[in-house]
Ligand binder design. Structure first.
Ligand code: ADE
Ligand code: ZN
Length: 337
């Protein structure tokens, strides 16, 4: 396709799988570390970037949690989120549904409200000044206990009007969905929407568990559904969204080559798949790079890219009217192009 980059840039986009701590660019990490007087084990931005070579999810998570250690004040969380919003505004992202990991910070003694309010105030300002609508998802860390997730859940209740949903992330294998059945049920009863990482490194059974035990509205990643025909049938029938992250999968060795990214097969099967960036500061790409690199590797057509963009809005937690508005705009633009 001619002008692939221009086409991807111009289309309105929805980012649904983004860990705000994973958008922490090394330049800002150094700046915040300095002002908080915290030392980090690197001498330069180049040295940090050179360390971003991962063989699996855990190797990445160890570095990701270490990076988050320099975030202390509400201003730090505001600056982190604001930098992210400025970046994605330049990529024509119109709607974001972002994850934050409260326990990564509360475990270090940072208060829940410090984290939440820093992020939330930046999102509010982004909506006003940049026209980016948003939803906010509080993610439980699955390597910690359900009791710890419940503490986080309880801390969130005074602020529940600011939080739209809960997620489940961190080390997947060995931490199956059923470990969090009760806290997900309690979260649903409080009106939170539900999603969970499943089938990134973990097996297809974890996706069944996310559906039947956690009763999620959306699956994050979900690649491993392809191992189980009955599961694919179910996901297609329910049009359960799968938020895929190609550059993340490549960097964490979920796939060995972007050419192996099974997106076309998933689309042909009728799965509701969307493309996102996961942890863009660590994996070398925000929304546009994920679309462009994938499109090049597996030769996506203009129509397929348009469908993926529309799927992003369809899978979001926007109202039906808002979804429709964006899908009409995408269709109109793609037809003209
Ligand atoms: N936390 C941040 N990025 C993650 C990923 N890709 N999988 C699980 N937990 C995460
Ligand atoms: Zn993720």
């Amino acid at each position: 396709m001619k002008n692939l980059a221009q086409f991807v840039q111009a289309l309105p986009k929805a980012e649904l799988h983004l860990h705000i701590e994973g958008s922490f660019e090394p330049e800002l990490m150094f700046e915040i570390a300095k002002r908080n007087n915290i030392s980090i084990p690197f001498n330069s931005v180049e040295e940090v970037k050179a360390a971003y070579k991962f063989n699996n999810l855990q190797e990445f998570l160890d570095i990701y949690y270490a990076g988050a250690n320099v975030l202390i004040t509400e201003q730090d969380f505001f600056d982190l989120t604001w930098a992210y919003l400025i970046k994605v505004h330049s990529q024509n992202v119109k709607h974001v549904e972002l994850f934050f990991d409260p326990q990564t910070h509360t475990e270090r003694g940072v208060e829940f409200h410090t984290v939440l309010l820093g992020i939330y105030k930046a999102l509010e300002q982004g909506e006003k000044e940049l026209g980016i609508s948003f939803r906010l998802i509080m993610s439980y860390l699955r390597h910690l206990s359900e009791e710890s997730a419940f503490e986080t859940f309880n801390q969130s209740l005074p602020f529940k009007d600011l939080i739209d949903g809960v997620g489940l992330d961190s080390s997947e294998v060995g931490n199956p969905p059923e470990k969090f059945e009760k806290v997900f049920q309690a979260s649903a009863e409080e009106g939170y929407k539900l999603c969970a990482h499943a089938g990134e490194e973990g097996p297809a059974e974890y996706i069944w568990g996310a559906l039947d035990i956690l009763r999620v509205d959306r699956i994050d990643h979900g690649n491993r559904c392809l191992d189980d025909e009955k599961l694919v049938e179910r996901l297609v029938k329910e049009q359960m969204p799968l938020t895929l992250c190609p550059l993340s999968n490549l960097e964490l060795k979920v796939i060995q080559d972007l050419k192996d990214f099974p997106l076309k097969r998933m689309m042909e099967l009728g799965l509701l798949v969307t493309l996102h960036s996961d942890d863009p500061a660590y994996f070398g790409g925000y929304m546009n790079e994920n679309f462009i690199e994938t499109a090049k590797a597996i030769d996506l057509s203009k129509e397929e890219i348009g469908t993926l963009m529309k799927n992003g809005f369809e899978a979001s937690w926007l109202t039906t009217e808002e979804k429709e508005k964006w899908k009409v705009e995408i269709d109109a633009f793609a037809k003209e192009y």
